[in-house]
Design a protein around this ligand. Structure first.
Ligand SMILES: Cc1cc2nc3c(=O)[nH]c(=O)nc-3n(C[C@H](O)[C@H](O)[C@H](O)COP(=O)(O)OP(=O)(O)OC[C@H]3O[C@@H](n4cnc5c(N)ncnc54)[C@H](O)[C@@H]3O)c2cc1C
Length: 436
């Protein structure tokens, strides 16, 4: 990270801050911490006061861990009340269940489930130790000579206020005011997922693995059960918006239907108690490469549509975008250049880091949708063959090798190393190749 040695020249004295970060979720807090550590004069704002809830599956994997280690907050993170995760239980549409581990139990956990109330508050408090924060609901942006020069909104007293800065970072989530202002929140429905979350107690058979259940009517969406401390579980399901609309699925009804009628879940939920209202939220996914910069601003995390299209995992990429955006903002401050031409480097660097994995996972998502029986084949093989299972364990997402699962080697290992068009052109061959 470049340090700020001196204030950039030629910038209007009316700027109160170098950078205003809008949104104190994983993307915004990470950006704020990197910026503050480099000496930038920043303001981190959120419309909510913390702790606050965020609808999520509550799972955090290795990407998030890597960023927290760099920021020196991982030790504290590990001591938060949470559930260590050592593996994944997968089930296929025909009900084949396979338990996969990514790490031995005597090793540090490769992943965690912490509720977002706990996790986001921890990130917020960590950022608050390093920079100024305020409760502030952004309703509009201050734009001068086609450059964003600040924010307009409602402050903690309920009064309208303007705050100026040399640039702003829009880390304000799936309904980003900043993305909307520039008409950048327009993913087509095949690049949006909608998902719902329910908290349950007393679900039987919980382990230290997250559970992903591929149910035919939802594919490539899925049903999840993620373990939490105190015998609680985060249960939910998500679907691509286009599929949900076409199939006219009501997600809440679908969740309750599976719990009541799916043979895998009937015995496990017989004494389970729903703890809270079932709530939903949208996930802009990175199969759509959204423009994430402009004169005087960058978009981060969900505001930049960075969620993995296969797993729905967004925290890791949000935090990576926070780091890359902070680096770019520091360079912009040094050069005193906040133009979209300069900030384009953010898009380039971010996508060179996450792009390959996104591309591969999007291909896998489409493949799963087109050939759901392949998931049956894969899991049936894994169940029957220990060496196959071990191989998959080495490549697992979420808690394990996210990079490896996106690698050519992995696809080759699955016998699926073709382009999407190839899959379509070679359906019969593909069936023969996989025994489907
Ligand atoms: C049901 C569901 C399950 C999911 N499960 C997982 C999972 O298990 N693991 C995973 O990695 N990802 C998961 N995701 C995705 C993940 O939640 C997001 O990708 C992640 O929260 C993105 O972080 P962010 O910082 O970009 O945005 P957010 O976490 O949404 O934070 C945005 C912040 O901006 C603030 N804000 C919004 N508007 C304004 C405004 N006008 N003014 C000021 N502040 C504002 C909000 O209050 C919020 O604090 C899931 C998502 C959903 C919906």
């Amino acid at each position: 990270m470049p340090e700020i040695n001196e204030r950039p020249k030629g910038v209007s004295d009316a700027s109160e801050y170098d950078v205003i970060v809008i949104g104190a979720g994983p993307a915004g807090t990470v950006a704020a911490m990197y910026l503050a550590d480099a000496g930038a004069n920043i303001l981190l704002i959120d419309k909510e006061s913390f702790p606050r809830d965020k609808i999520c599956g509550d799972a955090q994997g290795r990407k998030a861990a890597g960023i927290m280690k760099e920021l020196g907050i991982y030790g504290e993170y590990e001591r938060l009340p949470g559930q260590k995760i050592y593996g994944i239980t997968l089930s296929s549409p025909n009900g084949t269940v396979v338990e996969l581990d990514v790490e031995k139990r005597n090793k540090p956990a490769p992943g965690y489930c912490h509720t977002r109330i706990v996790f986001d508050n921890f990130l917020f408090q960590s950022a608050k130790k390093r920079c100024k924060t305020r409760v502030f609901n952004v309703t509009d942006l201050l734009i001068e000579n086609s450059f964003v020069r600040g924010i307009i909104g409602i402050n903690e007293k309920g009064d309208q206020e303007e705050i100026r800065a040399k640039m702003i970072l829009g880390a304000d989530g799936g309904n980003s005011v900043v993305a909307r202002k520039f008409n950048l929140n327009t993913n087509p429905p095949e690049h949006f997922i909608v998902a719902i979350r329910a908290y349950y107690k007393n679900v039987e058979g919980m382990t230290d693995r997250i559970e992903i259940h591929m149910i035919k009517s939802l594919i490539p969406g899925y049903f999840w059960i993620f373990p939490l401390p105190n015998g609680e579980a985060n249960v939910g399901l998500g679907m691509i918006v286009k599929d949900k609309n076409e199939k006219k699925v009501n997600l809440k009804e679908a969740l309750l239907h599976e719990i009541k009628n799916n043979p895998l879940f009937i015995p496990r939920f017989k004494d389970a108690k729903l703890l809270d209202e079932i709530r939903g939220w949208n996930l802009p996914v990175a199969s759509y490469h959204r423009r994430c910069f402009g004169n005087g601003f960058m978009l981060l995390g969900d505001a930049a549509s960075l969620i993995d299209p296969l797993s729905g995992e967004g925290v890791g990429n949000a935090m990576i975008s926070g780091k890359v955006a902070a680096k770019t903002a520091l360079e912009a401050l040094k050069k005193n250049d906040f133009s979209e031409r300069f900030l384009k480097r953010y898009d380039k660097e971010l996508w060179s880091e996450i792009g390959d994995e996104i591309k591969t996972n999007y291909r896998l998502q489409k493949l799963g949708k087109r050939f759901p029986h392949l998931i049956d084949v894969l899991l049936m093989k894994a169940k029957a063959d220990e060496s196959m299972r071990k191989k998959i364990e080495e490549l697992l997402p979420y808690t394990g090798g996210r990079k490896k699962i996106g690698s050519f080697e992995f696809l080759k290992f699955l016998g699926l190393s073709w382009s999407t068009k190839d899959y379509e052109d070679h359906e019969e061959e593909l069936k023969a190749e996989t025994g489907g």
